[in-house]
Design a protein around this ligand. Structure first.
Ligand code: DX5
Ligand code: ZN
Length: 219
Protein backbone atom coordinates (compact mmCIF):
# COMPACT_ATOMS: atom_id res chain seq x y z
CA UNK A 1 0.00 0.00 0.00
CA UNK A 2 1.82 3.09 -1.24
CA UNK A 3 1.06 6.79 -0.88
CA UNK A 4 1.98 9.26 -3.60
CA UNK A 5 1.22 12.84 -2.51
CA UNK A 6 0.51 15.22 -5.39
CA UNK A 7 2.64 18.34 -5.30
CA UNK A 8 -0.09 20.11 -7.28
CA UNK A 9 -1.42 21.23 -3.89
CA UNK A 10 2.04 22.24 -2.61
CA UNK A 11 3.58 25.72 -2.53
CA UNK A 12 5.07 26.07 -6.04
CA UNK A 13 7.48 28.75 -4.81
CA UNK A 14 9.09 26.29 -2.38
CA UNK A 15 9.01 22.90 -4.05
CA UNK A 16 12.25 21.58 -2.56
CA UNK A 17 10.99 22.19 0.97
CA UNK A 18 7.56 20.82 0.01
CA UNK A 19 9.17 17.55 -1.20
CA UNK A 20 11.08 17.25 2.07
CA UNK A 21 7.80 17.50 4.01
CA UNK A 22 6.60 14.28 2.35
CA UNK A 23 9.83 12.25 2.68
CA UNK A 24 7.91 9.47 4.47
CA UNK A 25 5.75 8.89 1.35
CA UNK A 26 6.56 6.22 -1.22
CA UNK A 27 6.50 8.55 -4.22
CA UNK A 28 6.08 12.21 -5.08
CA UNK A 29 3.31 12.58 -7.67
CA UNK A 30 4.05 15.30 -10.22
CA UNK A 31 1.13 16.47 -12.37
CA UNK A 32 2.32 17.67 -15.76
CA UNK A 33 -0.49 19.52 -17.59
CA UNK A 34 -0.08 21.12 -20.99
CA UNK A 35 -3.16 23.34 -21.33
CA UNK A 36 -4.31 21.18 -24.27
CA UNK A 37 -5.10 17.68 -23.04
CA UNK A 38 -6.50 19.35 -19.92
CA UNK A 39 -7.58 22.98 -19.49
CA UNK A 40 -4.78 23.76 -17.03
CA UNK A 41 -1.06 24.37 -17.27
CA UNK A 42 1.40 23.36 -14.56
CA UNK A 43 5.05 22.49 -15.17
CA UNK A 44 7.18 20.56 -17.62
CA UNK A 45 10.47 18.76 -18.07
CA UNK A 46 12.88 21.51 -16.90
CA UNK A 47 11.08 21.78 -13.56
CA UNK A 48 10.86 17.98 -13.24
CA UNK A 49 14.62 17.75 -13.86
CA UNK A 50 15.20 20.27 -11.07
CA UNK A 51 12.90 18.33 -8.72
CA UNK A 52 14.74 15.09 -9.48
CA UNK A 53 17.95 16.63 -8.16
CA UNK A 54 16.49 17.44 -4.75
CA UNK A 55 13.70 14.93 -4.13
CA UNK A 56 14.28 12.53 -1.22
CA UNK A 57 11.83 10.05 -2.81
CA UNK A 58 11.24 8.80 -6.38
CA UNK A 59 9.05 10.81 -8.73
CA UNK A 60 5.76 9.50 -10.11
CA UNK A 61 5.12 11.64 -13.21
CA UNK A 62 1.48 11.89 -14.31
CA UNK A 63 1.48 13.33 -17.80
CA UNK A 64 -1.81 14.98 -18.76
CA UNK A 65 -0.48 16.03 -22.15
CA UNK A 66 -1.16 15.59 -25.84
CA UNK A 67 1.21 13.46 -27.89
CA UNK A 68 2.76 11.48 -25.02
CA UNK A 69 4.33 9.18 -27.64
CA UNK A 70 6.67 12.05 -28.38
CA UNK A 71 7.15 13.66 -24.95
CA UNK A 72 6.80 10.99 -22.25
CA UNK A 73 10.08 9.06 -22.79
CA UNK A 74 12.12 12.17 -21.86
CA UNK A 75 10.62 12.05 -18.36
CA UNK A 76 11.83 8.45 -17.99
CA UNK A 77 15.26 9.32 -19.40
CA UNK A 78 15.49 12.23 -16.95
CA UNK A 79 15.06 9.80 -14.05
CA UNK A 80 11.35 9.63 -13.16
CA UNK A 81 10.96 6.09 -11.82
CA UNK A 82 7.30 5.90 -12.84
CA UNK A 83 5.82 7.62 -15.89
CA UNK A 84 2.06 7.64 -16.54
CA UNK A 85 0.56 8.60 -19.91
CA UNK A 86 -3.12 9.01 -20.74
CA UNK A 87 -4.21 6.30 -23.12
CA UNK A 88 -6.77 8.69 -24.66
CA UNK A 89 -3.88 10.83 -25.92
CA UNK A 90 -1.51 8.08 -27.06
CA UNK A 91 -1.17 7.02 -30.69
CA UNK A 92 0.62 3.73 -30.04
CA UNK A 93 0.28 2.99 -26.31
CA UNK A 94 2.01 -0.39 -26.51
CA UNK A 95 5.09 1.03 -28.14
CA UNK A 96 5.09 3.96 -25.74
CA UNK A 97 4.92 1.65 -22.70
CA UNK A 98 7.85 -0.33 -24.08
CA UNK A 99 9.82 2.87 -24.69
CA UNK A 100 9.23 3.96 -21.08
CA UNK A 101 10.48 0.64 -19.73
CA UNK A 102 13.47 0.73 -22.05
CA UNK A 103 14.29 4.15 -20.60
CA UNK A 104 14.27 2.66 -17.11
CA UNK A 105 10.86 3.70 -15.74
CA UNK A 106 7.82 1.80 -14.64
CA UNK A 107 5.28 2.29 -17.44
CA UNK A 108 1.76 3.32 -16.50
CA UNK A 109 -1.47 3.98 -18.38
CA UNK A 110 -4.13 6.38 -17.07
CA UNK A 111 -7.87 6.27 -17.79
CA UNK A 112 -10.12 9.33 -17.54
CA UNK A 113 -13.48 8.73 -15.82
CA UNK A 114 -15.26 8.35 -19.17
CA UNK A 115 -12.74 5.85 -20.57
CA UNK A 116 -13.50 2.13 -20.36
CA UNK A 117 -10.74 -0.24 -19.32
CA UNK A 118 -11.77 -3.27 -21.41
CA UNK A 119 -10.42 -2.08 -24.79
CA UNK A 120 -6.98 -1.62 -23.22
CA UNK A 121 -6.75 -4.76 -21.10
CA UNK A 122 -4.57 -6.34 -23.78
CA UNK A 123 -1.85 -3.78 -22.94
CA UNK A 124 -1.28 -5.24 -19.45
CA UNK A 125 1.83 -7.28 -20.40
CA UNK A 126 3.59 -4.01 -21.25
CA UNK A 127 2.41 -2.09 -18.17
CA UNK A 128 3.56 -1.77 -14.56
CA UNK A 129 0.60 0.26 -13.32
CA UNK A 130 -2.90 1.33 -14.33
CA UNK A 131 -4.17 4.69 -13.02
CA UNK A 132 -7.93 4.96 -12.61
CA UNK A 133 -8.80 8.67 -12.37
CA UNK A 134 -11.41 9.35 -9.70
CA UNK A 135 -11.93 12.97 -10.87
CA UNK A 136 -11.80 14.62 -14.29
CA UNK A 137 -8.09 15.38 -14.70
CA UNK A 138 -7.06 19.02 -14.59
CA UNK A 139 -7.42 20.35 -11.06
CA UNK A 140 -6.76 19.42 -7.44
CA UNK A 141 -9.37 19.57 -4.71
CA UNK A 142 -12.30 18.08 -6.64
CA UNK A 143 -14.86 15.62 -5.24
CA UNK A 144 -14.15 11.90 -5.41
CA UNK A 145 -16.16 10.05 -8.08
CA UNK A 146 -17.37 6.88 -6.36
CA UNK A 147 -18.76 5.62 -9.68
CA UNK A 148 -15.17 4.84 -10.71
CA UNK A 149 -14.80 2.13 -8.05
CA UNK A 150 -16.30 -0.47 -10.37
CA UNK A 151 -13.49 0.23 -12.82
CA UNK A 152 -10.91 -0.14 -10.04
CA UNK A 153 -12.39 -3.60 -9.29
CA UNK A 154 -12.36 -4.52 -12.96
CA UNK A 155 -8.69 -3.54 -13.33
CA UNK A 156 -7.75 -5.43 -10.15
CA UNK A 157 -9.51 -8.57 -11.45
CA UNK A 158 -7.71 -8.32 -14.80
CA UNK A 159 -4.36 -7.82 -13.06
CA UNK A 160 -5.00 -10.88 -10.91
CA UNK A 161 -5.81 -13.00 -13.98
CA UNK A 162 -2.78 -11.67 -15.75
CA UNK A 163 -0.35 -12.12 -12.83
CA UNK A 164 2.87 -10.17 -12.35
CA UNK A 165 3.45 -7.01 -10.36
CA UNK A 166 1.07 -4.47 -11.84
CA UNK A 167 -0.07 -1.76 -9.46
CA UNK A 168 -3.51 -0.11 -9.47
CA UNK A 169 -3.41 3.61 -8.71
CA UNK A 170 -6.27 5.98 -7.88
CA UNK A 171 -5.98 9.76 -8.24
CA UNK A 172 -8.51 12.45 -7.40
CA UNK A 173 -10.43 13.19 -4.21
CA UNK A 174 -8.54 10.52 -2.26
CA UNK A 175 -8.71 11.33 1.47
CA UNK A 176 -9.28 9.70 4.86
CA UNK A 177 -12.98 9.60 3.92
CA UNK A 178 -12.53 7.81 0.58
CA UNK A 179 -9.28 5.81 0.73
CA UNK A 180 -10.84 2.77 2.41
CA UNK A 181 -13.31 2.27 -0.45
CA UNK A 182 -10.45 2.56 -2.95
CA UNK A 183 -8.40 -0.06 -1.08
CA UNK A 184 -11.42 -2.37 -0.78
CA UNK A 185 -11.92 -2.13 -4.53
CA UNK A 186 -8.32 -3.16 -5.20
CA UNK A 187 -6.21 0.01 -5.44
CA UNK A 188 -2.72 -0.23 -3.97
CA UNK A 189 -1.17 3.15 -4.88
CA UNK A 190 -3.01 6.24 -3.65
CA UNK A 191 -2.44 9.78 -4.93
CA UNK A 192 -3.54 12.51 -2.54
CA UNK A 193 -2.99 16.22 -3.08
CA UNK A 194 -5.25 18.36 -0.93
CA UNK A 195 -5.59 15.62 1.73
CA UNK A 196 -1.82 15.73 2.33
CA UNK A 197 -0.79 19.33 1.63
CA UNK A 198 -4.00 20.73 3.08
CA UNK A 199 -3.45 18.87 6.37
CA UNK A 200 -1.80 20.59 9.35
CA UNK A 201 1.07 18.06 9.19
CA UNK A 202 1.70 16.44 5.81
CA UNK A 203 3.82 13.58 7.17
CA UNK A 204 1.13 12.59 9.67
CA UNK A 205 -1.55 12.69 6.97
CA UNK A 206 0.56 10.29 4.87
CA UNK A 207 0.95 7.83 7.76
CA UNK A 208 -2.75 8.02 8.51
CA UNK A 209 -3.74 7.40 4.89
CA UNK A 210 -1.35 4.44 4.64
CA UNK A 211 -2.72 2.91 7.85
CA UNK A 212 -6.33 3.26 6.63
CA UNK A 213 -5.44 1.69 3.28
CA UNK A 214 -3.66 -1.24 4.96
CA UNK A 215 -6.67 -2.01 7.12
CA UNK A 216 -8.84 -2.24 4.01
CA UNK A 217 -6.45 -4.07 1.72
CA UNK A 218 -8.25 -5.97 -1.01
CA UNK A 219 -8.18 -9.70 -0.20
C1 DX5 B 1 -5.82 16.02 -11.01
C2 DX5 B 1 -4.45 15.49 -10.66
C3 DX5 B 1 -4.35 15.01 -9.27
C4 DX5 B 1 -4.62 16.06 -8.23
C5 DX5 B 1 -5.26 15.36 -7.06
O1 DX5 B 1 -5.93 16.15 -12.38
O2 DX5 B 1 -4.09 14.39 -11.50
O3 DX5 B 1 -3.10 14.35 -9.04
O4 DX5 B 1 -3.50 16.76 -7.79
O5 DX5 B 1 -5.64 16.32 -6.12
P1 DX5 B 1 -6.66 15.95 -4.95
O6 DX5 B 1 -6.05 14.83 -4.17
O7 DX5 B 1 -6.77 17.22 -4.20
O8 DX5 B 1 -7.95 15.53 -5.61
ZN1 ZN C 1 -2.33 13.24 -10.90
Amino acid sequence: MQISPSILSADFANLEAELKRIANADWAHVDVMDGHFVPNLTLGLPVVEALLKVSPIPLDAHLMIDDPDRWAPSYAEAGCRSVTFHVEAATNPRRLARDLRAAGARAAMALKPGTEFAPYEELLPDLDMVLVMTVEPGFGGQSFMADQLGKVRQVREAVRRHGGEIWVQVDGGVSAETIERCADAGADVFVAGSAVYGAPAAAEAIDELRALARRHRHP
